[in-house]
Design a protein around this ligand. Sequence first.
Ligand SMILES: CC(C)(COP(=O)(O)OP(=O)(O)OC[C@H]1O[C@@H](n2cnc3c(N)ncnc32)[C@H](O)[C@@H]1OP(=O)(O)O)[C@@H](O)C(=O)NCCC(=O)NCCS
Length: 113
Amino acid sequence: MDIGLDIVEIRRIRRVIRRTPAFLDRVFTKPEIAYCRRHKDPWPHFAVRFAAKEAVWKALGQSGVALKDISVARDSRGKPGVLIKGRRARRLKLSLSHSEDYAAAVALQEDAR
Ligand SMILES: CC(C)(COP(=O)(O)OP(=O)(O)OC[C@H]1O[C@@H](n2cnc3c(N)ncnc32)[C@H](O)[C@@H]1OP(=O)(O)O)[C@@H](O)C(=O)NCCC(=O)NCCS
């Protein structure tokens, strides 16, 4: 079992995306971008997905996986899950939270049974 945690300043992500629009396509998948843009204020949602990718990357250890290969999906109640290159990673659990200034994510990689 391994765990990963990440915290992101929402205004930093907003600044990076505004200054370097290519960052969006380099890091986020199309469904993630569509989900974030659906909100009046998309920045907490982008920031928390960035935090999620880093938290999952940490939980995976030295896997060589790129941030864009890790994405956040949602079930019908809005609960987040992890996709690795579009495939559901069932043993990876994720929890996300955002406040006014910060977004945070924790990821847990369960052992294979
Ligand atoms: C879903 C819920 C837990 C989100 O909590 P919140 O404090 O409003 O918001 P947070 O910033 O901590 O978390 C937001 C993230 O929670 C995640 N989330 C949403 N629904 C979820 C669910 N059913 N289970 C787990 N995580 C969920 C999402 O990833 C969301 O971020 P995203 O929209 O960018 O993907 C909350 O709205 C809720 O329904 N709580 C139930 C208890 C309740 O009714 N409390 C109110 C009493 S006054």
